[in-house]
Design a protein. Structure first.
Length: 258
């Protein structure tokens, strides 16, 4: 049996390398979730073996992004190195100033959620994207497989080449579209967060886009880190490829910051 899969099935945390969760959330906005505490999130991370999680506040889907960013900052300071922060976005005129301030406070990247009604290439985001590009920070986009999203990502990839663009929920719909944009754009990566986890999806993303282009995200609180890491541990890929997906690629992306 695959060594990492055996450890997961035994219920032991993965300790062979530092797992980094590139897609998490804190806070509350319109969803009923059983435990919204940061302590609860840390306990879950310890059970699975996750060293760090990059989170945005749930208000990344509302105009209250400044409030959400302050909540994320408080969590970062309470659990340094364990909780890392994405700056929540809204196309306010002052958003670039907010982004620059958050980056000065140690935020790790930017999170853009198109469920707020604005396209991800809205010009109100451009100055914030420029801040991320200057510092080589990742940008995590909520996506759901629409062709117009891929067109927008191609545009942003060309205009902000120093940022790593992470496409959340890769393969949820139109897996080939995700794979093609990741193959065509050097700075585009595929995020694994997806609740239904169709059989073979992780293998398909790794085989077609390359293990170096896939990053692990759980979407906690929404989804359990245990189930989300399990679909990588159980995938028919090598332990080295699993290490890249769960750790190595995230370390490389986060290590580019300047």
């Amino acid at each position: 049996m695959n060594t990492l899969l055996a450890e997961g099935r035994a219920g032991r945390p993965i300790t062979k390398f530092d797992i980094i969760d590139m897609h998490g959330h804190i806070g509350r906005i319109g969803f009923t979730l059983p435990d919204l505490s940061i302590d609860g999130l840390i306990r879950q991370m310890d059970r699975v073996g996750v060293k760090s999680i990059v989170v945005s506040h749930m208000h990344c889907m509302s105009p209250n992004v400044v409030y959400g960013n302050r909540e994320v900052l408080a969590a970062m300071r309470a659990f340094p190195g364990r909780i890392l922060g994405y700056v929540g976005m809204w196309p306010y005129p002052e958003m670039a100033r907010e982004t620059a301030w958050c980056v000065e406070q140690g935020f790790t990247g930017i999170k853009v959620h198109n469920c707020n009604g604005f396209p991800i290439n809205h010009p109100g985001y451009d100055d914030s994207y420029a801040v991320a590009n200057e510092h080589r920070l990742p940008i995590l986009f909520h996506t759901w497989g629409a062709e117009e999203e891929f067109t927008q990502i191609r545009d942003l990839s060309a205009r902000f080449p120093e940022s790593s663009l992470l496409l959340a929920h890769a393969g949820c719909v139109n897996a080939e579209g995700y794979i093609k944009v990741a193959c065509d754009c050097p700075n585009v990566f595929l995020d694994t967060a997806y609740s239904r986890s169709p059989r073979g999806l992780v293998e398909r993303l790794v085989a077609s886009a390359g293990a170096e282009k896939v990053v692990w995200g759980s979407d906690a609180y929404f989804y359990s880190q245990s189930s989300q890491v399990g679909k990588v541990l159980g995938a028919q890929i090598s332990d080295e490829e699993k290490r890249m997906v769960l750790s190595g690629n995230a370390q490389r992306i986060l290590g580019r910051r300047r």
